[in-house]
Write a protein of this length. Structure first.
Length: 538
């Protein structure tokens, strides 16, 4: 990139403004030469009131970021390039209003990874509200390529944050409630069971509940006879048991109470109670009672991570793919499987069917059918509850995809591409899973290649009740909330850790009460969290 040099001009109202020197040696003012401050104030005044995170592309004279600090409570970020040129700007004008503010951050010459990570770590929609990117056009015209790339990276990061926020806003309250109630179930968590799970196996089968599973049962029986370690999704478990196949482990990650129906059938009650049930600690608390061997893991919820670091050590499984098949694959990887075969992983509706026979929908709809609403009508309504997306190659298929199912498949393909294990798919009829190995390897821990779950001395570990009392006290002790950006900066390390555990709950409360101000959201989050804990303690 060509070095950018600046000269400085005086505006008509007496202010100093930078001018960029173009290739012809001409100085082009970056701001109004009449009244740059008023120009900046007009720009900032047009920003939506609920915008709490503003990114300026190009520093220039800093007039717009200064106006944003004065007129809003937002966190302000400026991204610019060429360190030598930035030094010239800092020498030519006083930027102390910006640099001395705790709500301001200047990123100089960041690469794509730094930009993305910064936004993922610092932009919290539940706290900040909306986000806005404002380019200083007279600056970015001189480096269009790098600023266009920056804008693309920002949009990619915003999409990720928005997706996470949407899920948190939907499930945040339920996650918190489930985790708090699972403390009792997890109190006697036996790390020895996890450390022995899958020991001696090198080959695993991951069983999803797609319609293709019906035709793959004989293959699974052969795999079972060969000593393959079978990991079933909660949805597929009943179908396997009805076909005489007892999986070696069952995984459940859904925080919704619909998960109850995966285990409530007679086949599971008769044959499934001794099967290790691997549960996200944010799963409904009732599920642990279905198994004599419930094993908990953390999927990345900040409260689950806090519990694992300060109370009981739970394994961390990658569930970022958003579905239980992905979680089962993560478990197989965690257990050190060298060869993995996917069964029933259709990620589509095959021949107008959503699930294999024997899964919960069949008994669920059959029990609820009436003459006016037969089971067939309920299956049809379930099938068409989301619109289908066109086939990727425009050819007619025997399966149909929704945007969610395609997203799940793509995420699984990404994971497989980074895994060391050999992953294959059993012959099926659903959307094909394309397996291509990537040079970027998975960062998730292989349990046998890395480390076992820490087994703490029980005499040194607090009881579940004591942990909850301490956690409740830590929430209550959080200082009163004021401005979003300033509030986080004022918290000490322990307070930030506690505050972070409340963010998904705060997202859910913000969604349900859009008119609440920041301090009201935080106080309501604290009140509701404490109330949930006190219910459990009583």
């Amino acid at each position: 990139m060509n070095k950018i040099r600046y000269s400085f001009l005086e505006s008509k109202n007496g202010g100093t403004i930078p001018a960029i020197i173009n290739e012809a040696g001409e100085a082009q003012a970056l701001h109004s030469t009449v009244d740059p401050k008023r120009e900046a104030q007009r720009l900032v005044s047009s920003i939506a009131e609920d915008t709490g995170f503003i990114i300026f592309l190009g520093l220039g004279g800093g007039f717009a970021p200064e106006a944003a600090l004065e007129l809003t409570d937002a966190f302000i970020v400026v991204i610019d390039f060429d360190n030598d040129s930035i030094k010239e700007l800092l020498k030519g004008r006083d930027y102390s209003k910006l640099l001395n503010s705790s709500r301001f951050k200047l990123l100089i010459d960041p690469d794509s990874g730094e930009i993305k990570n910064f936004l993922l770590e610092n932009y919290k929609p539940a706290l900040c509200g909306g986000i806005k990117t404002i380019p200083l056009r007279s600056r970015i015209e001189h480096d269009k390529t790098i600023f266009e790339k920056t804008a693309d990276v920002l949009q990619e990061a915003i999409n990720i944050v928005s997706g996470d926020y949407s899920v948190q806003a939907h499930f945040g309250i339920r996650w918190f409630s489930n985790i708090i109630r699972n403390i009792k179930n997890a109190q006697n968590f036996d790390a020895q069971k996890y450390n022995s799970l899958g020991a001696g196996f090198t080959e695993a089968a991951v069983v999803a509940a797609g319609p293709s599973l019906d035709s793959q049962m004989d293959l699974l029986k052969d795999a079972k006879a060969r000593g393959v370690f079978i990991i079933s999704t909660d949805t597929a478990c009943a179908a396997l048991l009805q076909n005489g196949i007892a999986p070696n482990a069952v995984v459940s990650i859904d925080c919704q109470h619909i998960s109850y129906y995966h285990f409530a059938g007679n086949s599971y009650k008769k044959n499934g109670e001794d099967i290790p049930l691997v549960l996200d600690i944010a799963s409904p608390a009732m599920l642990a009672g279905f198994s004599s061997s419930p094993l908990f893991f953390s999927s990345g919820h900040p409260l689950a991570l806090y519990i694992s670091s300060s109370w009981r050590s739970f394994p961390l499984l990658d569930t970022s793919g958003g579905n239980v098949t992905y979680a089962c694959l993560s478990l197989a990887e965690f257990l050190g499987a060298q060869r993995i075969t996917l069964f029933g992983a259709d990620f589509s509706y095959v021949n107008s069917r959503s699930y294999a026979r024997g899964t919960y929908l069949y008994s669920y709809f059959n029990k609820r059918q009436t003459r006016l609403s037969p089971a067939e009508a309920q299956f049809s309504a379930f099938l068409y509850r989301a619109p289908f997306v066109p086939a990727e190659d425009a050819n007619k298929k025997n399966y149909y995809e929704t945007s969610s199912l395609r997203f799940y498949r793509k995420k699984l393909e990404e994971k497989v591409s980074r895994m060391d294990a050999e992953v294959n798919c059993a012959p099926g009829f659903g959307a094909p899973i394309y397996i291509e190995k990537s040079s970027q390897k998975s960062t998730s821990n292989n349990r046998f290649a890395a480390q076992r779950i820490e087994i703490k001395n029980d005499a040194m570990v607090k009881s579940g009740e004591e942990f909850l009392k301490n956690y409740c006290g830590d929430i209550t002790a959080l200082p009163p909330a004021d401005n979003a950006a300033d509030y986080i900066n004022k918290l000490n390390a322990k307070e930030k850790q506690i505050f972070t555990t409340l963010l998904p709950m705060a997202a859910a409360i913000k969604k349900r009460n859009a008119s609440l101000k920041f301090h009201e959201i935080i106080e309501e989050t604290k009140r509701r969290s404490v109330n949930e804990i006190e219910k459990v303690l009583k």
